[in-house]
Write a protein that binds this ligand. Structure first.
Ligand code: 2P0
Length: 369
């Protein structure tokens, strides 16, 4: 139990209300791959918070008369009721309930939608779990009778982690670190913290153009993926390497050393895939076009003297990262040379963002002291 996130006694009772939040996706620069239960990472990770790729979630809550039987939840995704998502939400509630003890006191109607296309091969667990977590932490804020600005972002990240590890990096902006790391005071395995203030300003307006090489959801599930690291021949070496890479990347990002940034980010992406290529069973998630794009990008970088680099998730899509002051030339190159390698020419223009934002709060109906 993490005592620090157990709330004090609620101050008011609320019969009914609604909250609505939007939380973005994030792209890891130092990869989280390998965990202990429940989402305690085997190594620290660092990510850019995105802005265009996001999940918007509203939660309507109404007091229950009969609280004897478990949770009461209706879940809708993009307008349609989705019973099949309930087991995952129940598991999340079981993990979160010690820290959000009101979860059995209300009926919840949860409505969620993504701002990015459904079949893009972009995982939505980070943004969806982050959006849901912050909705519940916002409801708790009301029960504690605290003002809007007292919302506990750290607790929202902690709760999001209980749903999905990488989700804890989707609350704050623009660069987030998760996992205890010797060089970062305040870093924790339990939640993400913003590292933005330590970064050179060039990294606070970075672009991420996501090339949709393969829109199918053929990624290795996170359960399988993290499980692959359990008996992996290179596991210990990899976890130590991630610590070293994080130190080196933070050094590069605090001084604005783009060459070193490019080297480390690409090495991390390829190491993630190397872990999958060499696991039992092994997975080849890159497609021929993933490799073509990487080859073209690296040769453009060499000939142009510019600094775009790639990173990869657990799939075939390629994220092209580049600074604002190189945007025109790099984007031109992407459109002219890389988009042809995307499935149906699909790509998403995103950039670093500020984290979760509140969309609306419908006034709660009855407040009883
Ligand atoms: C990351 N990924 O750091 C790494 C790199 C994918 C590749 O975190 O089991 O969905 O929910 O904690 O967060 C994807 O795994 O896994 C992931 P769970 P999650 O972004």
């Amino acid at each position: 139990m993490s005592e620090q996130f157990i709330p004090e006694k609620y101050k008011v009772s609320i019969s009914e209300g609604s909250v609505c939040w939007q939380a973005p996706s994030n792209i890891a620069l130092i990869k989280y791959w390998g965990k202990k239960e429940i989402q305690i990472p085997r190594n620290p990770s660092l990510s850019f918070t995105l802005s265009a790729c996001a999940t918007r979630t509203s939660v309507h809550f109404s007091e229950r008369k009969d609280r004897s039987s478990g949770y009461s939840i209706d879940f809708y995704f993009e307008g349609a009721k989705k019973e099949e998502f309930l087991p995952k939400i129940h598991t999340f509630f079981d993990r979160a309930e010690p820290y959000l003890p009101f979860l059995k006191s209300y009926h919840f109607e949860i409505r969620s939608e993504n701002t990015f296309p459904h079949s893009s091969g972009i995982a939505s667990s980070a943004s969806s779990m982050a959006a849901m977590a912050i909705c519940f932490v916002d409801i708790e804020r009301q029960l504690l009778e605290l003002p809007d600005e007292a919302l506990d972002l750290k607790k929202a990240s902690f709760i999001a982690r209980l749903g999905s590890g990488s989700a804890c990096r989707s609350l704050d902006g623009k660069i987030v670190e998760w996992g205890r790391h010797e060089d970062t005071p305040g870093s924790s395995d339990l939640y993400g913290i913003s590292w933005e203030l330590n970064a050179h300003e060039i990294f606070t307006s970075y672009h991420d153009t996501i090339l949709l090489i393969d829109k199918g959801e053929k990624q290795v599930s996170s359960t399988v993926g993290h499980g692959l690291m359990e008996d992996h021949a290179y596991a210990e070496k990899r976890f130590n390497q991630a610590h070293d890479h994080l130190s080196q990347l933070q050094q590069a990002m605090s001084t604005g050393d783009l060459d070193q940034f490019v080297t480390l980010v690409e090495l991390e992406a390829l190491t993630l895939h190397a872990m999958m290529l060499t696991s039992k069973p092994s997975f080849i998630l890159m497609k021929p076009n993933t490799l073509e794009v990487i080859r073209k990008l690296q040769s453009f970088r060499e000939s142009s003297g510019l600094h775009p680099c790639f990173t990869l998730d657990a799939g075939a899509n390629v994220h092209i990262l580049y600074p604002e002051n190189e945007r025109e030339q790099v984007y031109q190159f992407i459109k002219n040379e890389l988009v042809d390698y995307c499935e149906n020419g699909g790509y998403i223009c995103d950039m670093v963002g500020d984290g979760a934002k509140k969309i609306s709060a419908v006034a709660s109906k009855t407040l009883v002291k």
